[in-house]
Design a protein around this ligand. Structure first.
Ligand SMILES: Cc1ncc(COP(=O)(O)O)c(C=O)c1O
Length: 340
């Protein structure tokens, strides 16, 4: 397929499709009260090694929006990276879901919030009293929009600041599986044990059809989540088809195996082309941002390779590897780049 444009363009994994077909037998209670629901919560609690509330959804934007509504009042502020999905790719959904909360961007290298800058921004807050929005939450993306991964030490440093100012920490884990594989730790260590209060748990990019979940670790934020889901239009009547996907996703580590493959393809590509391209960011998961001469980019396009040219940067392309990336396609891309 030579498609390196997005993991959203990858197909549904056959085991997840099988689960959908098997679930498509007869009748089952609607609106999340089917027999798979409790099983799913038990699976997530086992995976994370703690109590957690799981809210299945169909988009990551809804997960992020509901997380914002839970942590941040209309008069509150949420700190996030300028390039975060929350800030640039959700058409104001976090503001909409929260009833008007303000997003305050905190810049930083490699797609990560700069921790000292975050601290400084918070130190400087409060001087305008009720004239300014009340700091309420920090949202980080794991993997980041630059394809990098926050280390556990970085997550803990963010939590320390959050604790100092009484803020919630939300993780946008649209590519959480890819990050977890890179970190090489268990799911609990990468989240609540490192201070994450709420996680947008993505599965769609990594082999599901339209299955995401908001996972709440901190019971303080477990308030009326089902009503918030309903109001957002995400209370799916035939919810069993989301439940079964998430169960199949977790079964026998399918999700981690898929992410491992995607990350390995990105690494294979990076190590093979390191003398031929310049990388914008360290490659730590399944996305690679490369700077290439424009004529080389055009050549790759003529050869039928699909990828995004990055907005605003004519000579930058983004390559995304997925569970469905065929190694033969990665090798063809490597050959095309190294032969130029
Ligand atoms: C970092 C990040 N967060 C969240 C999402 C979820 O988006 P969607 O609402 O399209 O499922 C995406 C998808 O591109 C993403 O890249």
């Amino acid at each position: 397929m030579k498609n390196f444009r997005s993991d959203n363009e990858a197909p549904v994994h056959p085991e997840i499709m099988d689960a959908l077909i098997k679930t498509n037998q007869g009748f089952s209670e609607s609106y999340g009260y089917d027999e798979l629901s409790e099983l799913l919560t038990a699976q997530f609690q086992q995976l994370f090694g703690c109590w957690c509330e799981v809210l299945p959804l169909t988009t990551g934007t809804a997960a992020n929006g509901i997380a914002t509504a839970l942590t941040t009042p209309p008069y509150g502020a949420i700190y996030c990276h300028p390039n975060s999905h929350l800030n640039v790719d959700e058409c104001g959904a976090p503001e909409f879901f929260s009833g008007g909360a303000k997003l305050l961007p905190v810049a930083g290298k490699n797609g990560k919030i700069d921790i000292s800058m975050l601290n400084q921004q918070l130190q400087n807050s409060g001087h305008h009293g009720e004239h300014e929005s009340l700091p309420a939450a920090i949202s980080i993306t794991q993997c980041t929009e630059a394809g990098t991964v926050y280390s556990l030490a970085e997550l803990q440093a963010i939590k320390k600041i959050a604790n100092r100012y009484g803020l919630a920490v939300h993780m946008d884990g649209a590519r959480f599986a890819n990050a977890l594989v890179t970190l090489g730790v268990d799911a609990g260590s990468a989240t609540w044990q490192s201070g994450i209060d709420l996680l947008s748990f993505g599965a769609t990019k990594n082999g599901a059809m339209m299955a995401e979940a908001l996972v709440i670790f901190n019971p303080n934020y477990n308030k009326q989540i089902k009503r918030l889901r309903k109001r957002s239009g995400h209370l799916i009547s035939k919810m069993r088809f989301i439940h079964c996907q998430l169960l199949a996703y977790l079964k026998n580590d399918l999700w981690l195996n898929m992410a491992r493959h995607a990350n390995a393809q990105a690494q294979l590509f990076t190590t093979s082309v390191k003398d031929s391209v310049s990388l914008l960011y360290p490659v730590e998961a399944n996305e690679v941002f490369c700077r290439l001469p424009i004529n080389q980019i055009e050549y790759l396009e003529q050869q039928g390779f699909l990828f995004h040219r990055w907005p605003g940067e004519k000579d930058v392309i983004r390559l995304v590897f997925s569970f469905a990336t065929d190694e033969a396609d990665t090798q063809q891309l490597i050959q095309a780049i190294t032969a130029i």
